[in-house]
Write a protein that binds this ligand. Structure first.
Ligand SMILES: [Zn+2]
Length: 294
């Protein structure tokens, strides 16, 4: 069995920490470099349910996309939820490692997994990493559908391709509008509107779209044919990366003869847990999809 330090070196090969944004906090949060690793659990969020799942599974390493501590802390007291996670993990000899914006920027990265989950063919990064001579790394992806389809059907495709959440998937734009080229960005993507507009795509799939940026994008789009917006749950847009990461780690394990047992958590850790479609006005049928989880 490999030592944790060997597995971490392999993770850093897949998602080099230097690819992370400056504000990010990636890498190993806890763990003993000399401990042996057999079972690995991969999840989006390092929250209590996931730490408990790692314990039940008998995992030696928990790999998450989101950092536990994004900013510095001066306590791991178990009276805080983050401290409780640290205590649970250390008491059960489970290491925690984070690959966040370094995994976003990688090739394949988080947005490749998102594109794959909804059946899109990746053409190029949305924001290429200037340090990458191959031009394949970067934030977001520009993608294509094999054949155009109306926005309403495309939204159902996104909902069907991603794991179910209470939020479901909502969209802004004419439901009949044909969609063929698509930009995707796993996680909160409203900082990339300018790049999406410059790419000239028909739709943008991301998460956490807020009223004002979305409203302005729609208003602009009405003038110059900017993209329809497709908003899914943050967790759902990043979860496909867990399966992609598991396949990559399995391949590394096979190459080294490590015999790692890599698991992907299916626990939904999106914070939103309930959704109700608005009641139709005047008893009329709703004109759009209810957005209910499928
Ligand atoms: Zn995220």
């Amino acid at each position: 069995m490999p030592a944790l330090s060997d597995v971490i070196a392999a993770l850093d090969d897949l998602w080099p920490p230097e690819w992370a944004e400056r504000w990010d906090a990636v890498g190993t949060v806890c763990g003993d470099p000399d401990a042996e690793v057999n079972r690995v659990l991969i999840a989006v969020d390092p929250v209590r349910e996931i730490a408990d799942e790692a314990v039940e599974l008998g995992a030696d390493l928990l790999l998450t996309h989101h950092p536990l501590y994004l900013r510095g802390t001066n306590t791991v007291w178990a009276g805080t939820f983050k401290g409780r996670v640290v205590h649970t993990l250390i008491r059960n000899d489970i290491a925690l490692h984070v690959a966040h914006t370094n995994a976003d920027r990688a090739d394949p990265g988080v947005s490749d997994a998102l594109a794959g989950a909804i059946g899109l063919r990746v053409v190029a990064p949305l924001v290429p990493d200037p340090a990458d001579p191959t031009g394949r790394r970067g934030l977001g992806r520009i993608c294509e559908l094999d054949a155009p389809e109306p926005l309403a059907r495309f939204v159902r495709r996104v909902a069907a391709g991603l794991p179910a959440t209470a939020q479901g998937v909502r969209a802004a734009g004419d439901p009949e509008r044909p969609i063929r080229t698509v930009a995707v960005c796993g996680g909160s993507g409203d900082s990339l509107f300018d790049e999406v507009r410059a790419a000239g795509v028909d739709a943008y799939v991301t998460a956490d779209l807020r009223h004002h940026p979305a409203s302005e994008a729609v208003q602009h789009g009405a003038l110059d044919g900017g993209p329809a917006l497709v908003d899914a749950a943050h967790w759902a847009t990043e979860w496909p990366w867990c399966e992609q990461a598991a396949a990559e780690l399995d391949a590394v394990s096979e190459r080294h003869g490590w015999g790692l047992r890599v698991h992907v958590s299916r626990t939904v850790t999106d914070p939103w847990t309930t959704h109700a479609a608005s009641a139709p006005a005047d008893g009329a049928a709703p004109t759009t999809d209810t957005g209910a989880p499928n």
